[in-house]
Ligand binder design. Structure first.
Ligand code: SF4
Ligand code: SF4
Length: 166
């Protein structure tokens, strides 16, 4: 009798839907997600790091890296709302849960580095052009300045009277 019941259970389990749900691949609607950074847009200005109330974000300009400690993040979105380049967003993709406090570090992309270098070069050229224009203007102003008063003309020398010895 027990074998019949067991076989029934096996057959039922073989042909019925699983009782468990598959892991969600996206967070359900209404959740805040997690912070993601598009390193093609980030200019490492550091504003997100200043605004973060839990100091979860670190920006290293020398190393050109942006880091976040996900376990310190409270998903307040303050960094996302203050990013001037709109490179931050609240990602809704499912992430594997972790048990360790890790720091995730991302390097500034080659594209962003090239864009930043081009901007700096353009700014330097503009500053140099402005300085040259200012110097030229100053030189021109110096040339047009009123000439120094000329020294008073000396009276013509009177010729000594010629003596007639006749
Ligand atoms: S993510 Fe935005 S606010 Fe943060 S360093 Fe990059 S550009 Fe600046
Ligand atoms: S969402 Fe809030 S807590 Fe999380 S990194 Fe951004 S500012 Fe910090």
């Amino acid at each position: 009798m027990a074998i019949v019941s067991f076989n029934k259970t096996v057959l039922h389990n073989l042909f019925s839907k699983p009782k468990t749900r598959k892991a969600e691949k996206e967070y359900p609607e209404g959740t805040r997600g997690h912070v993601e950074n598009d390193m093609d847009l980030c200019i490492l200005c550091g504003l997100c790091s200043i605004k973060c109330p839990t100091h979860a974000i670190t920006v290293d300009k020398a190393e050109k890296t942006w880091s976040i400690r996900p376990m310190s993040c409270i998903q307040c979105r303050c960094c996302v709302d203050n990013c001037p380049k709109k490179s931050l967003s609240m990602g809704l993709r499912f992430q594997e849960p972790g048990s360790e406090k890790v720091t995730k570090t991302f390097k500034m992309s080659e594209k962003a580095i090239a864009a930043q270098e081009a901007l700096m070069k353009a700014a330097k050229e503009k500053a140099a052009a402005a300085a040259a224009a200012k110097a030229a203007q100053a030189a021109q102003a110096g040339g047009a300045a009123p000439a120094k008063p000329a020294a008073p003309a000396q009276a013509p020398k009177q010729e000594a009277p010629v003596e007639n010895k006749e």
